[in-house]
Design a protein around this ligand. Structure first.
Ligand SMILES: C[S@@+](CC[C@H](N)C(=O)[O-])C[C@H]1O[C@@H](n2cnc3c(N)ncnc32)[C@H](O)[C@@H]1O
Length: 272
């Protein structure tokens, strides 16, 4: 693939016409057309503006991908969305339990490529979302832009994230096994303290079961992770109202080897 084809691909993903791209760059649409069909390449002075317009980097336009920092960064380099773009079913439960008749402030912890955060923003929530992986955040921003909605995406580590103000809903899916067991209680105390009265925490965590063999290791090797004990998440919310406490065992084919996972799923409400 050459630079012109990469420009054309990114332009189409973002739903831009050649005309609109040309206007934004102060060139003719024939110039854009010539780049895309390989007749010419863009002037060097236009490379940064093109990369900015297409929400990518000059490196990526030339097909250069520096060595990724983490396995998630590597997974998220691909054009397609590693986790898909369909929201987690818990997002529909948020819609049912807190229909967006007022502006609820939502935090998505470990948002990956943003499918859940963008879904909630499209439905009228005011969403902030963070992840460790910059490549995931870049795709999440593109997804939000594609749907003409806004999410405040930022890079942070759940281990030392300091919330500011009060959230109405805190959501996290498939992430909290990256919190070492001894760090869980203080992190959850902080999140609970920064939740408004009647706010919801909507979360799932991987749990270990003696009768389920460990999954073939599909986790990024460089990331410390440890599954939760069954019920451990629910115990952290003994002082809130538990609307949903469910344990689910489900089959998985990741890595090409059939195996099973177990998850605890929780919706809890902070009472006065
Ligand atoms: C299994 S993916 C889930 C992504 C997303 N929640 C979803 O369901 O599509 C786990 C995510 O957690 C992120 N992550 C891992 N450790 C983290 C940490 N310490 N702080 C923030 N995010 C982290 C990874 O980068 C990855 O995007």
């Amino acid at each position: 693939m050459n630079i012109g084809q990469r420009i054309a691909n990114r332009r189409k993903v973002l739903g831009l016409t050649q005309q609109r791209m040309a206007e934004a760059l102060h060139v003719t649409f024939q110039a854009v057309s010539k780049w895309e069909n390989g007749a010419t390449i863009p002037d060097a002075t236009l490379l940064v503006p093109i990369a900015k317009l297409l929400h990518t980097s000059v490196d990526a336009l030339f097909g250069f991908h520096p060595a990724p920092a983490t396995e998630y960064e590597r997974r998220y380099q691909a054009e397609e969305y590693y986790w898909g773009i369909q929201p987690n079913s818990l997002c529909y439960e948020i819609l049912q339990r807190r229909p967006p008749v007022q502006l609820y402030r939502v935090l998505d912890i470990g948002c990956g490529e943003g499918k859940d955060a963008v879904f909630l923003a499209r439905n009228g929530y005011m969403v902030e979302a963070f992840d460790l992986a910059e490549a995931g955040l870049a795709k999440a921003r593109n997804l939000a832009e594609h749907h003409q909605t806004h999410v405040d995406f930022f890079r942070a580590d759940v281990l030392d994230f300091e919330p500011e103000g009060m959230y109405d809903i805190i959501f996290s899916s498939g992430v909290l096994h990256y919190l070492p067991p001894q760090k869980r209680a203080p992190v959850f105390e902080r999140l609970k303290a920064h939740t408004a009265p009647h706010g919801l925490h909507v979360m799932n965590v991987f749990v270990e079961k003696p009768f389920i063999p460990p999954a073939p290791d599909t986790e990024p090797a460089e990331t410390a992770h440890s599954p939760w004990r069954s019920g451990e998440l629910f115990m952290l919310y003994h002082d809130w109202q538990l609307h949903k406490t469910e344990e689910l065992i489900f089959p998985c084919q990741s890595g090409g080897v059939p195996h099973r996972h177990c998850m605890d799923i929780m919706i809890a409400e902070k009472m006065d």
